[in-house]
Design a binder for this molecule. Sequence first.
Ligand code: SF4
Length: 298
Amino acid sequence: MAGELGPCFLCPRGCGVNRLEGEIGFCGAGTLMCVAKMAPHYWEEPCISGTRGSGAVFFSGCNLRCVYCQNADISWQRKGRELTSSQLAHSFLSLQEQGVHNINLVTAAPYVPQVIEALDQARGLGLNLPVVYNSSGYESVETLKLLAGYVDVYLPDFKYVSASVSRRLSRADDYFPVVTAAIKEMLSQIGPKPVFDTDGIITRGIVIRHLVLPGYLSETRKVLTWIKANVPRTVPVSLMAQYVPYHQASLYPPLGRHLRPKEYDLALAAFFDLGLECGFAQEISAATTDFIPDWDAK
Ligand code: SF4
């Protein structure tokens, strides 16, 4: 399976570099996985974090790299330490022993073959938690198909619709066709109806996330409109207010400021005006860098 790294066409960037021979593509990922943090994480949606936390594994390197990324220290600069599939498998088991509700793979797209090897190994050693795939949404359908049967919960972002916006903020003209094809593939694997355990933790399903950006309310409306027309109403939508100006945001006005409460209220109004019913909202006080983990590679 490691052969899929050379040449690498794992994601829609399609770099074609040979990562097995040290070549580096857009995401910055090499042959080994690079991980910035593995720990119980309490700041996902309540049905994912629960009371005992989500077993988050934050991978370094990213195939999207938005200019405002709140995790830029790991997505752009690849802080972290390298580890093998076997080491990752044992980390999954360590998280399970700590009592987390699930294993939460954060931005794993550049490492899907190695993650699958780790999951195979960990399952054989007793891993029995649901696996959450936490994604920018910029995923190739072919790579998602490799994950069928390994992922129980998909947590894709859906950031923008307009090519001019995705080009400006993520250097990805094709973000909209890519993310919509990815969401359809996720739906075909998992089905439209979420399943929850007796503690209210999602054990199977899809939650679509949309981060409301300052000055880009028209994109929020377009995203929600597409969801309304194309996604079963049982699929929850998480409308996020936690934007903070970070990394290069000040170079891309109006991203250099926080989201205004009125903007978030209008986003919520759009959600309800469209007749969407199932989802999560955030307090605007969530917009703080306090929620960004220390990237200590532990
Ligand atoms: S995973 Fe990385 S190297 Fe491979 S195609 Fe995507 S951006 Fe390029």
